[in-house]
Design a protein around this ligand. Sequence first.
Ligand SMILES: NC(=O)c1ccc[n+]([C@@H]2O[C@H](COP(=O)([O-])OP(=O)(O)OC[C@H]3O[C@@H](n4cnc5c(N)ncnc54)[C@H](OP(=O)(O)O)[C@@H]3O)[C@@H](O)[C@H]2O)c1
Length: 231
Amino acid sequence: MPSPTPDPVAVIGASGALGFGLVVRLARAGVPIMIGSRDATRAEDTAERARAVVPEGSFAAHDNRGAAGAANTVILSVPFRNQADTLTDLGDALSPGQLLIDATVPLAATVGGKATRMLGVWQGSAAQQAFEMVPDGVRVVSALHTVSAASLSDLEHPLEQDVLICGDSRTDKREAASVIERIDGLRCVDCGRLEMARTTEALTALLISVNVRYKIHAGLRLTSLPDSLWA
Ligand SMILES: NC(=O)c1ccc[n+]([C@@H]2O[C@H](COP(=O)([O-])OP(=O)(O)OC[C@H]3O[C@@H](n4cnc5c(N)ncnc54)[C@H](OP(=O)(O)O)[C@@H]3O)[C@@H](O)[C@H]2O)c1
């Protein structure tokens, strides 16, 4: 029996570096993608770009609200300085029961500072800010901060790395992991409650610092974990 088509995933910020990398990797894994952009033409252009990379992929272009309304799982991949505006704009396009995977990193670079420094966020992390802003009942997990956009976009690049997931519900984290692990080479690790996102988000700054020194796109791999992480 053919394996069932996976549920669609919406990517808000799909035209950006990380968003596009996720779009093409997930599409190659057979996931139908709802491409979200603030601009309809940019959404169409992004879908065209993605089709050129993954001709067998399924891509639908939307504005951000349309994309968010068209999938149960929504990945938020916008710069920190635009996270609040984007979530305000999404508003009731998100509904209770949906899963928001927040990849936002509060890097100082987003307000003109250094990319190796973090901004303080009143709520503790970008993910906690997202949780505060989404409608009640929208489930929020934090993930993907240590996965490089450049590595994702290069489909020939073997990923073989961990994705650190934080959230207050084990079920929600498992659901997010089941989407993310469709991407070959990514292993998801439960890192604890959403408040731990403050630490996992900061690892992006650390990796940027390493990348600059070694001229690479480093990822993370944790050791000594059991074979089955989501049983
Ligand atoms: N790049 C990486 O390797 C990486 C890795 C891990 C985590 N992250 C985090 O993931 C998020 C996205 O990173 P990125 O590098 O993909 O960012 P980016 O390329 O600069 O932007 C992503 C998208 O955000 C949207 N956006 C919404 N409001 C915007 C505004 N006012 N100005 C500009 N763009 C706006 C844009 O899409 P539309 O114009 O189509 O709406 C843009 O294409 C960030 O929080 C980043 O820290 C990035």
